[in-house]
Design a protein around this ligand. Sequence first.
Ligand SMILES: NC(=O)c1ccc[n+]([C@@H]2O[C@H](COP(=O)([O-])OP(=O)(O)OC[C@H]3O[C@@H](n4cnc5c(N)ncnc54)[C@H](O)[C@@H]3O)[C@@H](O)[C@H]2O)c1
Ligand SMILES: N[C@H](CO)Cc1c[nH]c[nH+]1
Ligand SMILES: [Zn+2]
Length: 433
Amino acid sequence: MPEIVDWSAADAATRQRLLQRPAQQAGPEVSAAVAQVLAEVRTGGEAALRACTQRYDGVALDEFEVGAAEFDAALAAVPSSLLGALREAADRIAAFHRAGMTGAYALETAAGVTCERIVRPIPRVGLYVPAGSAPLPSTMLMLGVPAQLAGCRERILCTPPRPDGSADPTVLAAARLTGVSRAFKLGGAQAIAAMGFGIGPVPRCDKLFGPGNAYVTEAKRQVQQTGAAAIDMPAGPSEVLVVADDGANPAFVAADLLSQAEHGPDSQVLLLSDSAALLRAVERELDAQLDALPRQAVARQALSSSRLVLVASIGEALEISNAYAPEHLILALRSPRAWLDRVECAGSVFLGDWTPEALGDYCSGSNHVLPTGGAARACSGLSVASFQTFVSVQSATPGGIAAIGPCAITLARAEGLDAHANAVALRMPGAAA
Ligand SMILES: NC(=O)c1ccc[n+]([C@@H]2O[C@H](COP(=O)([O-])OP(=O)(O)OC[C@H]3O[C@@H](n4cnc5c(N)ncnc54)[C@H](O)[C@@H]3O)[C@@H](O)[C@H]2O)c1
Ligand SMILES: N[C@H](CO)Cc1c[nH]c[nH+]1
Ligand SMILES: [Zn+2]
């Protein structure tokens, strides 16, 4: 159980330690293990994918691709109430993401000179849906819906196989719902390598998307470094930071902390409050609620590296939160919207007592694939734009180049780039080359 720590009594080193993420501390061993998997798969091809799947997932697979029969069986196996919930969530996710689609625009920047932005879908995208400790069909929706709205031509799915060699049926149902092109039963770093480099039956993808454990996240980083594929963001083990005041409901706060703790032993949950009484009440609630959780062993492990912190004020809590840059930020405050302006860095914000993070995880409409590990300082969660490129287009008439050519020629000469100046001057009768 996390201890209550008084921020004002902590020295600088302790404060730094309080905000460290367990997943980051595991870095060097994970990096080395991932580098080994990527090298093995790049040289060994499909046979190496087989060996890694046997080693890390304990499954001997001949065929990685999910065939039509497995898709059909999956759809038949998923209860209609669950299919209905997937559809309902997908519709709301689509509505929110469609509203945020940024369009093309054009502007005449000088008489006879037009600049435009056109939008293009990324042709082939690789979508990773985690299934190590629990399959996450909701993640399939969070990836598949915006990829479909963006119009990506090929949408490739990788998800770890189950012990019997099949893929999770609900993940496949969500894949069907979002029009995934091809699906492969591959997990971990080997899946990322397969999509990034194009290994065996898996086509090489232009950009890789999706959350995952520390191995998946590190594999995405390493594949990106080779230049083989772009990635969405570091979306590793889940994090939630709750800022709660004295009026917050301790049972609600504890439930929110546990909902992220149950994701994995390396999840991180933080609670900041200016009320010692609230912190003590949440501690008691955590104890009471944990016993009823099927995944309590995982949650207990996550809680062991988590923190309950007493702060001097809610303002101080928000400063700490901005420094930490959480994936999820819950403001369990009496006037949560009034504090929103103070939020600088967070993947997704949940306002007030009636907005648990679990709603955003599944079906409020926002995306749950969000930056972790402090990446929210500079990265955003997934949107349709993540699956698109924005191409600038310009056109000038003879009058247009006559109007702005002198500016280009002056700047080109200042840079000592005479060929640039010539390319403009040649088109401008009367201008000295
Ligand atoms: N940030 C986000 O947006 C977001 C969203 C959803 C889930 N998540 C996180 O995704 C993670 C999912 O993790 P998971 O483990 O359940 O599923 P996963 O699919 O990410 O990882 C499972 C794979 O990890 C590989 N693996 C396991 N142990 C290994 C080892 N010792 N060496 C090499 N490879 C190994 C295996 O190949 C396995 O297939 C959780 O941490 C969850 O919090 C994050
Ligand atoms: N909380 C996770 C994002 O960090 C997303 C998720 C999927 N299923 C349940 N939760
Ligand atoms: Zn969750």
